[in-house]
Design a protein around this ligand. Structure first.
Ligand code: ZN
Length: 346
């Protein structure tokens, strides 16, 4: 009798022990990402991980802060000696990123932020910021610069310093007004995107020649120089946008500068057409390569001239005077600058 009871008690204990071990194993052992109080944690067999980890599912890297009980870091944070950018989703970012309103570089492998150095020829200051310079030239002006100037530095060929530009056939708006409108909006948008050093070549107060405009960009050592124009034709059915760039044989522009201007032209035009839906007027990359533009020939910095659309086409003219389309034009141009610089969108 006594023996039987002991055996029975032993059986119950064993059952209890089995249940104690089995129940959590069946349902509650935490594995992988677990969100608690709006914070993500990562578990392996019920144990919280800390430090740098790679999620085997995605190959992305994360940092789980030991000081915060394994909380996943997000945003722009300092870990040990260096700053890292984890984005909103916590994945460690690499390359050029817009963080806290500044362009910053995060090394490929470590993800650490670069500071006090030069990357891709760009000077990064002690706080890890690259302060890009952008110069925007609003094409034409209310007063037209008279006389001629050399087509390129030292050239004997002379060209008019400026022209009055085209005019909207439906709206009557002059080209200089449209280019100033778009340039001012673009400057504001670029500043909003962290390009604090964005300048216009003039404020539409007086006459200014093509060489003088470009000399502003050269003096500022612009990282990108955008010349804003709109097109005109005797053929009112002509529509679409194009970019104008020097050729690879330009006598005043080095080959490395031509390569940069070409990339700038392509990036800005394709982003512009994709956001606005504007027709790309020319086949291929849509860029007109020519050495007949004084302002492009004098540029010592990456330069493109964008023709926004045809003011001599009644529908395109009207469209370019609506604020909704102007916003898209500006977004497209700014996206093109971001892409030229290789700045990630998030
Ligand atoms: Zn023009």
């Amino acid at each position: 009798m006594k023996q039987k009871r002991l055996w029975y008690l032993g059986f119950l204990l064993l059952l209890g022990a089995l249940l104690f071990v089995q129940v959590p194993a069946l349902g509650a052992v935490k594995q992988g990402w677990v969100k608690s109080n709006n914070t993500w944690y990562y578990y392996v067999n019920g144990k919280k991980r800390t430090g740098r980890i790679t999620d085997p599912a995605t190959g992305k890297e994360y940092y789980l802060d030991k000081k915060q009980n394994g909380a996943m870091l997000t945003g722009w944070k300092r870990v040990g000696k260096y700053y890292y950018y984890f984005g909103a989703d916590g994945a460690i970012r690499h390359g050029w990123q817009r963080v806290n309103g500044r362009m910053r570089f995060f090394y490929a492998k470590s993800g650490a932020m670069a500071a006090n150095t030069k990357i891709n020829g760009r000077t990064i200051n002690a706080t890890g910021a690259w302060l890009a310079v952008i110069v925007v030239d609003p094409g034409h002006a209310p007063a037209v610069a008279s006389g001629t100037e050399p087509l390129g530095p030292g050239s004997l060929e002379m060209k008019a310093k400026d022209t009055s530009g085209t005019q909207g056939v439906a709206t009557g708006v002059e080209e200089y007004k449209l280019t100033m409108d778009i340039s001012r909006q673009l400057q504001a948008e670029l500043k909003r995107r962290g390009y604090a050093r964005t300048y216009l070549t003039h404020q539409g107060k007086g006459a200014i020649s093509c060489v003088q405009r470009t000399q502003v960009a050269n003096a500022k050592k612009a990282d990108a120089y955008l010349r804003i124009h709109a097109n005109g034709s005797d053929n009112q059915s002509m529509t679409g946008a194009l970019a104008i760039c020097v050729t690879g044989q330009n006598p005043w522009v080095s080959n490395s500068l031509y390569t940069k201007s070409k990339k700038l032209s392509q990036r800005v035009l394709s982003a512009y057409c994709s956001v606005t839906g504007a027709r790309m007027e020319r086949a291929g990359d849509g860029v007109w390569y020519t050495d007949t533009m004084t302002g492009n020939n004098w540029s010592q910095v990456p330069c493109t001239l964008i023709e926004l659309g045809y003011m001599t086409n009644p529908a395109e003219d009207r469209k370019m005077q609506t604020s909704s389309y102007q916003k898209r034009m500006v977004q497209g141009l700014a996206n093109g600058i971001d892409r030229y610089f290789g700045i990630a969108s998030s």
